[in-house]
Design a protein around this ligand. Structure first.
Ligand code: G3H
Ligand code: 13P
Ligand code: ZN
Length: 332
């Protein structure tokens, strides 16, 4: 048993309280590799931002859960080495799909877990969330739950259509489950194809897809029901079109990839939304830089040669999100 406090990590409780009161959101960046971890820490330190480093089931399968935990511990020490006296770093399980996986993470140094019961019937979602909360709170670990289903794939949890969160359920759900934060569905979804071309309009000048707006009316109703309660948005990558264009220009094939416009995320960050999940944008930033580097330097075969620009491009993207979109800079 390793408690996260021994690793210098923090849970989300105080962080979210300050974010809701201050009208900004904490970035929750997924990581699978050392380069992502380094870029996240560098960006957080340079901008003086708290940060959530999150690990999916897919990441645990790819990189090994133990390695990722030591990487998060390394992230705390690295942040200090970079000059941040008191880094605020959360190690969070993203889309935990069982009590067992949440328990394993809690027992092994995670400071926050998500139990994603969103595909379960309502009462079963409450019961599972409550079970995780009861265990997690013994160790001062915070718990994110989800109500409403996002379109697309949530690890193994899948749904063909988006079922928005029902505002009339949120008080009952949060009270009975005891969760510390709630992920809601208001039109975001995972991945680089958040909307079909049919759901969008086209900008006549650029030919690019313009996505439909998020359901801010639902978000506002939820805020009214649960004043000050921390709300989470998954599937919040913007799918930057310059990265998509670079990927496509250097041999990739991502036609009609589209994300959530940043103005909408900026607006959401000022509300009770205090955690915004971003994974796909990091993948795009990494892939664009690697494709470009290898196309322009065909003789290079040392991974450090192409992973260095990839890391720099991710760091630039993380800083942009923190400063220009979520507003979590200068909060340490
Ligand atoms: O919610 C999904 C995240 O982007 C994690 O994706 O399961 O492929 O690691 P992954
Ligand atoms: P994106 O695919 O939009 O980056 O969403 C990531 C996410 O929600 C992780 O839980
Ligand atoms: Zn998610």
């Amino acid at each position: 048993m390793v408690n996260y406090k021994e690793l210098g990590l923090v849970n989300t409780r105080e962080m979210f309280k300050k974010a809701v009161a201050g009208g900004y959101a904490i970035p929750a960046f997924n990581f699978n590799t050392m380069e992502q971890m380094q870029a996240i820490v560098q960006a957080a330190v340079e901008t003086k931002s708290p940060v959530i480093m999150q690990v999916s089931k897919g990441a645990r399968n790819y990189a090994n859960g133990t390695i990722l935990r030591y990487m998060a511990q390394g992230a705390v020490e690295y942040a200090k080495e970079l000059g941040c006296e008191k880094p605020e770093i959360v190690l969070h399980l993203d889309h935990g799909d069982s009590f067992e996986i949440c328990k394993e993470c809690i027992d092994n140094g995670f400071s926050s877990v998500m139990i994603d019961g969103s595909s379960l019937p309502y009462e079963e979602n409450i019961a599972l969330t409550k079970k995780v909360v009861e265990y997690a709170h013994k160790f001062d670990v915070t718990v994110e739950a989800e109500l409403g289903v996002l379109a697309g794939v949530e690890d193994e949890v899948s749904s063909a259509v988006s079922h928005y969160t029902k505002p009339e359920e949120v008080i009952d759900f949060s009270t009975r489950s005891g969760c510390d934060s709630l992920a809601i569905s208001i039109g975001t979804s995972h991945g680089a194809y958040k909307f079909t071309p049919e759901q969008c309009t086209r900008d006549p000048k650029t030919g690019k897809l313009v996505p439909p707006p998020l359901a801010f009316d639902i978000l506002h109703q939820i805020e009214e029901k649960l004043p000050g309660f921390p709300i989470v948005l998954h599937g919040s990558s913007s799918v930057p079109q310059d990265e998509v264009d670079t990927i496509n220009a250097f041999g990739g094939k991502l036609p009609d990839a589209v994300g959530i416009p940043e103005e909408q995320l900026r607006e959401a960050s000022k509300s009770a939304v205090c955690k915004i999940n971003i994974d796909s944008d990091s993948r795009l930033a990494m892939t664009a830089a690697i494709r470009k580097h290898l196309a322009e330097n065909p003789s290079h075969f040392d991974p450090r040669q192409y992973l260095k620009p990839a890391r720099e491009n991710m760091k630039k993207m993380y800083i942009h999100k923190i400063v220009e979109v979520l507003g979590s800079d200068n909060k340490l």
